[in-house]
Design a protein around this ligand. Structure first.
Ligand code: GLN
Length: 217
């Protein structure tokens, strides 16, 4: 039953209060962790693998993993085109790590034959921290979400160009601790995309604020 007592979220769809149905693209990568956080916040989740799984969703999560594999599977399952269409029609998206790569318009370093959904007007550099700094954790401020949000970076991409419609919501701190480093969080319309994995931490503010926003639509 929606809302949960913890978050006081009220979801109305004209037929009363119901839990939002959140799709999580479940072809490869870290979809189970997103499902766990979303369910703990009172959402109903659905693993999305095929076009029919998109029916009636209130939002969709594109998880981390390996973007080249997710791209191939999305195309071979016939999911890429209907997903692109649903998001263009306004289906809200939360994309994390490889998910950011998958929604981006342009990649600096696409793998051979790698395609993207081309929905978010940014350029992305994959594996931006190189093999020296494969994975790390930190705390970030994210506009509209909060401060000192724990963030896990795993072979993470960064955003190197943002189009005019794109709002930067998070950057890595520079050496002085100011948030003026690489762009790691962006929004454009109903798409929120992050370089890191908020679902790998015990802080659920990213998912909870995202669900709040869906309920306000
Ligand atoms: N480097 C991966 C890619 O390009 C993303 C890694 C991740 O999602 N943790 O897809």
């Amino acid at each position: 039953m929606w809302p949960t007592s913890r978050h006081h979220i009220v979801w109305r769809n004209g037929a009363g209060e119901v839990a939002p149905i959140i799709g999580v693209v479940a072809l490869q990568g870290g979809f189970a962790e997103h499902i766990e956080v979303l369910e703990s916040l009172g959402a109903t989740t659905r693993r999305v693998r095929r076009e029919a799984d998109l029916d009636g969703l209130d939002g969709i999560v594109l998880p981390g993993g390996e973007s080249t594999v997710i791209d191939k599977l999305m195309r071979s399952f016939g999911l890429a085109d209907p997903l692109r269409e649903a998001v263009s029609d306004g289906l809200p998206v939360l994309a994390t790590c490889a998910g950011l790569v998958v929604v981006a318009k342009e990649l600096e370093d696409a793998a051979k034959d790698q395609q993207t959904l081309g929905l978010l007007d940014v350029t992305v550099r994959r594996n931006a921290f190189g093999s020296q700094l494969d994975s790390f954790e930190g705390q970030l401020d994210i506009d509209g979400v909060g401060e000192k949000i724990p963030a896990t970076f795993i072979r993470a991409p960064i955003v190197t160009r943002t189009g005019p419609e794109v709002k930067i919501i998070s950057r890595l701190p520079d050496e002085a601790g100011e948030a003026s480093g690489a762009i790691v969080g962006v929004r454009q319309g109903t798409i929120t995309a992050l370089s890191f994995h908020p679902e790998e931490t015990s802080d659920d503010r990213v998912h909870s604020r995202w669900l709040d926003e869906l309920s306000a639509v």
